[in-house]
Design a protein around this ligand. Structure first.
Ligand SMILES: C[S@@+](CC[C@H](N)C(=O)[O-])C[C@H]1O[C@@H](n2cnc3c(N)ncnc32)[C@H](O)[C@@H]1O
Length: 223
């Protein structure tokens, strides 16, 4: 009998692969595999296409996204990861996806027409005041950031200032090569994550190899 184990709320595992329940049955977002068990459809979550999936595979020990969560996601791109976030939070949650590029957002905007719990915002994550009004004073459960920029920690802290309250969760993906091509990768991670420690308790740092080279995902909690 084929069974799925729920490893985090609404995230399921089978033989080393992970899945979320498809909020929009029979519709694929990025060519992922669909699987039907007991009349419930699941979407396979690709470790090579999503840094959050890679972090889960590599031993992330806490998942701040649950049914009903409110998520602010910086670096939405085509919405690959956000599509799974949408499955997890379900109809009672909402995720705001910010990206600076209208071109890469096009596919994501199409997806938002089917997934009403995700909202696209075309803005620069360095300017949180430009999208503050969309969030309407909501309590953000998780600030997630995956932008390939040299000032990743600075952007994360700027958004923290606007949107996070004590106890809220943060997930920062650090891509070392966007910060420095020459410096030692470990010292780039150390410096970037060190910049967070006045504002956050860093609970876990997960290296994303072999799915992403020179990337870590830091799970933290706002102090
Ligand atoms: C690595 S991709 C994100 C992939 C996405 N997180 C996923 O898993 O599907 C980085 C994205 O950050 C966006 N980006 C870069 N600088 C930005 C900025 N200042 N504000 C908002 N988005 C930015 C890029 O346009 C790009 O789509």
């Amino acid at each position: 009998m084929f069974t799925l184990e729920e490893i985090f709320p609404e995230i399921f595992e089978h033989e080393g692969k992970i899945f979320t329940k498809n909020l929009v049955p029979s519709v694929k977002v990025y060519g992922e595999k669909l699987l039907k068990i007991d009349n419930v459809e699941y979407r396979q979550w690709d470790f090579f296409r999503s840094k959050l999936a890679a972090a889960i595979k590599n031993g992330l020990n806490e998942m701040p996204i649950k049914q009903g969560s409110t998520v602010l996601y910086l670096g939405a791109a085509e919405g690959t990861t956000l599509s799974h976030v949408s499955d997890i939070i379900g109809k009672t949650g909402i995720a705001f996806g910010v990206d600076i590029s209208e071109r890469v957002m096009r596919k994501f905007i199409g997806m938002c027409e089917q997934r009403k719990n995700v909202m696209p915002i075309i803005e620069d994550a360095r300017k949180p005041w430009t999208y503050k009004a969309f969030l309407e004073e909501r309590k953000i459960d998780l600030l997630f950031q995956d932008v390939s920029q040299p000032d990743q920690a600075r952007i994360f802290l700027k958004n923290t200032e606007y949107f996070l309250k004590k106890g809220s969760a943060g997930m920062l993906v650090v891509k070392a090569k966007s910060i420095s091509q020459k410096s030692d990768v470990g010292s780039v991670f150390g410096k970037e994550l060190g910049a967070l420690t006045d504002q956050f308790k860093i609970k876990q740092v997960v290296n994303l190899k072999p799915f992403e080279k020179d990337h870590v995902l830091a799970l933290c909690e706002k102090l």
